[in-house]
Design a protein around this ligand. Structure first.
Ligand SMILES: NC(=O)c1ccc[n+]([C@@H]2O[C@H](COP(=O)([O-])OP(=O)(O)OC[C@H]3O[C@@H](n4cnc5c(N)ncnc54)[C@H](OP(=O)(O)O)[C@@H]3O)[C@@H](O)[C@H]2O)c1
Length: 277
């Protein structure tokens, strides 16, 4: 399928929607944007476009899929960009005869290019458009991975849920200790500075989005329990007063990560160099 496609992006007024409007326009496709206040309605794009993309918050996407799904026919594709997949893929599949594809670009709207970025595809119905989108992304250098929605959400409970949760809790710790930028950055190490920037990065963006990555992921509670038990173990081992137990605890973890540690050291050195260049 190498022809020009008409693509309608619902929520194309938002940050990811605008990013993908530019992406698909640069690829030569015709892109229409629809939002709650645009002249082009959701129904217009559902009736007119080959591909309809839902790029709105997840609750809105689930509800819009119910409204526009019945307007679409089986030659079309209904896809979404939501960060969780189980409910939205079900909502799309249940409410339309069109092909259905859950899509999760694992990058944000400040990314310059799709090259090297991960994109997860969760097929709902049909093969034809799945191949098309795989091609559109991988031709431009994305790393595309196909998986079922449940597996996706389980991974995201760690990749997004745990990552953002620990950032929020680190921020809360600094707040409780009244360690703001004025009194902490002058004595920061490069690694602390990166962590500090990651806190700022999160709170500079849409809090509701981050909140939903944690509290709408059904798998997060299990991850959190494991995390809390790991903290307890760490506390026992490292604060036991016996140096050896801390060493054994950390050696055991190092054994799990093995050679990847050396690569991670190289990669993180690049980040630190970029921070001071
Ligand atoms: N930002 C990221 O880093 C990122 C990365 C990967 C995936 N995603 C996913 O991409 C989707 C869009 O995220 P985004 O960052 O682009 O958000 P955004 O900038 O807030 O844009 C979302 C758009 O959705 C529309 N919208 C907002 N609330 C709505 C509601 N209650 N009902 C209907 N429409 C509503 C708005 O358009 P109108 O006001 O014009 O209607 C808004 O422009 C989300 O599902 C998110 O999980 C985001």
């Amino acid at each position: 399928m190498n022809k020009i496609i008409s693509i309608g992006i619902i929520g194309g007024t938002g940050s990811m929607g605008r990013w993908f409007k530019d992406f698909f326009s640069a690829a030569g496709h015709n892109v229409l944007i629809s939002g709650r206040t645009t002249d082009i309605t959701y129904a217009d794009v559902a009736k007119e476009c080959d591909v309809v993309i839902l790029s709105v918050p997840i609750d809105a996407a689930i509800s819009i899929a119910k409204d526009i799904g019945p307007l679409m026919h089986k030659e079309q594709l209904l896809m979404d960009m939501c960060s969780l997949k189980e409910e939205i893929v079900k909502s799309m599949t249940d409410n339309t005869k069109a092909e259905v594809l859950g899509t999760h670009p694992l990058f944000g709207p400040f990314t310059d290019s799709i090259k090297g970025q991960n994109v997860i595809l969760c097929p709902g119905r049909g093969e034809r458009w799945l191949k098309w989108i795989e091609n559109e992304c991988s031709l431009r250098g994305a790393v595309v991975c196909v998986m079922d929605p449940l597996t996706h959400d389980r991974h995201m409970a760690v990749v997004q849920g745990l990552t953002h949760f620990t950032t929020i809790c680190m921020a809360r710790t600094l707040q409780k200790m009244n360690m703001d930028a004025c009194n902490v950055l002058s004595c920061s190490t490069p690694v602390f500075k990166i962590n500090y920037n990651l806190i700022g990065r999160l709170f500079a963006q849409d809090i509701d989005l981050y909140k939903s990555l944690i509290n709408k992921n059904k798998n997060f509670k299990d991850v959190l329990e494991i995390f809390i038990s790991a903290m307890d173990e760490g506390k026992d081992a490292l604060l036991s007063g016996q140096d050896e137990s801390g060493t054994m605890f950390m050696e055991n973890i190092r054994e799990f990560f093995k050679d990847t540690c050396k690569d991670a050291l190289k990669e993180s050195n690049k980040i630190i160099s970029a921070l001071y260049s």
